[in-house]
Design a protein around this ligand. Sequence first.
Ligand code: ITT
Length: 226
Amino acid sequence: MTTLLIATRNAHKVGEIQAILGTSFRCLTLKAFPEAPAVVEDTATFAGNAAKKAVELAQWLSDRGGQHSAGVDFVLADDSGLEVDALDGAPGVHSARFAALDQAENSQDADNNAKLLRLLNDVPAEKRTGRFRCVIALAPVAKDRVEAASPVCYADEFAAELFDGACEGRIQFSSSGQGGFGYDPLFVPDGFSQSFAELGETVKNGLSHRAKALAKLKEFFGRNRT
Ligand code: ITT
């Protein structure tokens, strides 16, 4: 069975990824690797940040050598966020620290949601469209790696496979619901009248941006097993 390291420090994301992947993979989390380095998310795209997280951690695990990598075959990283049309795609890649863009640390969900509502104060219902986006990056962990002589080969060895997903919807005028995390209390997916936080995890995990990206990842493994 393939072993994945789910390399996110967001416990809600870990829960959703594990629930969506089910039992088809053996999943470890960063709890098994407390000394894993923090990766700086400084690229301009979800794909760039997801690939950077997966590749840096796969390199780190590979450098530790086979017996210290707990059998991890691939590192899986998720970069995601909310794009709001009336805000030209913001908060986008800055979704986690939207309330305090000058800080390196993530902001509280409540502060991010309050800022979003404030910026959309004068925007009417029909213009409050947007989407969640997710890019999942998968990077292989090299077992018993012999350092490649060429830096090009070294880079290729850790290139990440990318899987993306989007979920269209609209932003409510106020928060509702207790489930989920992040912007879920404000986001109503197309075809529904309740927020992700009200709809609950089973509905969300059936149609979310993350579910769509992970469906592509499962297809990828299905194709490569045959
Ligand atoms: P890692 O980098 O460790 O994975 P993070 O929370 O910092 O954790 P991101 O940089 O990808 O992750 O930021 C994602 C932010 O986008 C997250 O903090 C939420 O604010 C928002 N977000 C992403 N997916 C979401 C979802 O399914 N529901 C609600 N908000 C979501």
